[in-house]
Design a protein around this ligand. Structure first.
Ligand SMILES: NC(=O)c1ccc[n+]([C@@H]2O[C@H](COP(=O)([O-])OP(=O)(O)OC[C@H]3O[C@@H](n4cnc5c(N)ncnc54)[C@H](OP(=O)(O)O)[C@@H]3O)[C@@H](O)[C@H]2O)c1
Length: 303
């Protein structure tokens, strides 16, 4: 999401392409081979610079999985920022994505955010055409509830294989919903109940966006942050030291310990930070450590 510079229409520079090469190198050297895009990221420039990287590296396309998203439209003269799952928009977006990336097909296409005007039959027809034409191999969604997934799936020929949701040690409503069942506090949680369970039952890969909480517990300034964040950042630091690893690895290992087999989608464009994330696979948190982090982030004991 952060490749290609600022979110504006100025063209990407050689510096942006160089950074993208470094990001790809860092990822591949650590065994990371799935790259998450969206048609809107830095207004198309993220895909554009990635396309340039692919062009300059024959053979790279075959080694990686490319995922992109569509369905969000920027504000323009006709309307404010909005969502659009119409056939024309989905299929037009895919053509734009493929052209910017300079590839024949996407491994995964996700619908970025639920469109309240979605006609599931229309989306299913678009998916059918995209599959038949070879432009997209698999389909998924992002930021959708179990109910929305079920509605769409009922019309699609093929399974929806991914749901990408915001989840991190900071964004913990996906856990709070589960622990506050039948409690007043549960009503305050924004996470749609049953979504995690539905994804697990239907083998829908849950991807976590924002998994590092933008560095909140791994070195970003804590100025003005509440006590719970400061305490949690300190706890992450202590665990990293004790386990001789990075703070990023602790933050990600915490997500990955959850039995839903959550796949973090890290957004760093800093090769050192990407490397700092990789140790997460090696780190095993005990149940006690996992709950200590969760309760610390909540800033309140469990019911
Ligand atoms: N589906 C959706 O609706 C949705 C929404 C948002 C994002 N996404 C996807 O999820 C990915 C990850 O999301 P994200 O980038 O928001 O989350 P993230 O991985 O939690 O955070 C990455 C961002 O935080 C910065 N950062 C990390 N550690 C830092 C530190 N110690 N100090 C200062 N800055 C630090 C990174 O900067 P550096 O580059 O300097 O490391 C980068 O800008 C995105 O790239 C995108 O692919 C999806």
């Amino acid at each position: 999401m952060h490749l290609g510079g600022e979110w504006n229409t100025s063209p990407p520079t050689g510096e942006h392409v160089k950074r993208a090469h470094e990001v790809v190198d860092a990822a591949l050297s650590l065994g990371i081979n799935l790259f998450d895009h969206a048609d809107i990221y830095t207004m198309g420039k993220s895909e554009q610079v990635f396309g340039q990287v692919l062009k300059e590296r024959p053979g790279l396309r075959e080694r990686i999985l490319l995922q992109s998203k569509c369905g969000i439209r920027f504000a323009d003269e006709s309307a404010p920022g909005r969502y659009d799952f119409s056939q024309a928009h989905i299929e037009g977006s895919v053509d734009g994505i493929l052209s910017r990336l300079g590839v024949e097909f996407l491994d995964l296409l996700l619908l970025h955010r639920p469109d309240p005007l979605m006609e599931p039959e229309e989306v299913a027809a678009s998916f059918r055409r995209l599959k038949a034409s070879g432009k997209v191999r698999h389909f998924g969604v992002s930021n959708m509830s179990a109910g929305q997934l079920k509605l769409l799936r009922a019309f699609c020929d093929e399974p929806l294989v991914v749901n990408q949701l915001e989840m991190s040690l900071e964004k913990i409503d996906w856990l709070d919903t589960g622990v506050h069942v039948n409690q007043a506090a549960g009503a305050r949680s924004g996470f749609p109940e049953g979504t995690l369970e539905h994804c697990r039952l239907e083998h829908i890969q849950i991807q976590a966006w924002g998994p590092l909480a933008q560095g909140l517990y791994s070195g970003r300034s804590l100025e003005g942050q509440p006590e719970s964040v400061r305490n949690t950042a300190a706890l992450v630091g202590r665990l990293a030291e004790a386990k001789q690893t990075t703070r990023e690895a602790i933050v990600l290992a915490w997500l990955m310990k959850h039995p839903a087999a959550i796949q973090p989608v890290i957004g760093s464009t800093d090769p050192r930070r990407i490397a700092a994330c990789a140790d997460a696979e090696r780190i095993q948190l005990t149940r006690e450590e996992w709950f200590s982090l969760y309760v610390s982030s909540r800033g309140a004991r469990l019911p």
